[in-house]
Write a protein that binds this ligand. Sequence first.
Ligand code: URA
Length: 209
Amino acid sequence: MGGIHVMDHPLLRHKIDYIRRKEVGTKEFREIIEEISMLMCYEATRELKLEDVEIETPICTMQGKELAGRKLAVVPILRAGLGMVEGILHMIPAAKIGHIGLYRDPETLEPVEYYCKLPADCDKREVFVVDPMLATGGSSAAAITMLKEKGVKNIRFLCVIAAPEGVEKMKKEHPDVDIYIGVLDEKLNEHGYIVPGLGDAGDRIFGTK
Ligand code: URA
């Protein structure tokens, strides 16, 4: 059974609230999103299993620990999710990376897949889906459905800022998925932006607009 984990850490909160400021430029925004992702990854990997391993230090032989079991994959939702990948790779350098791209159909307003490339063995991996902003939850929920259709069973979702509306949608559609949230904001506005939020995360990471 999944759960909602709103991270309550002063360093994370400081960094998130810092990059909300409209005067923060692309370079700094990108660097700090990377740091935030690193901290979030640390928290989201808390439950990973360890196994015993014998190691030799320069002094003696000892029973040490290493990560056991399934390997990991990171799947950013394009395009803003890309901004979180480097930070996670600093913590888990051997992770494979998949990509999922979705756009919103202007008629139905439903998310439609335009790109999906995943590691061949992703069904055997623990998959971390990343997107900085969980707004309506439409694309995040659809991306997770796509992964489940490909046989992925172990999914965690990481977002920097979430709106209550998105959290509700994810809870309803994917109650089995653990969701890690940096900060839970107040609401969505009429344009689908998170309030107070930080604006368009993709534009701020890539310096577009
Ligand atoms: N996506 C963003 O980048 N920002 C929002 O506020 C909502 C969705």
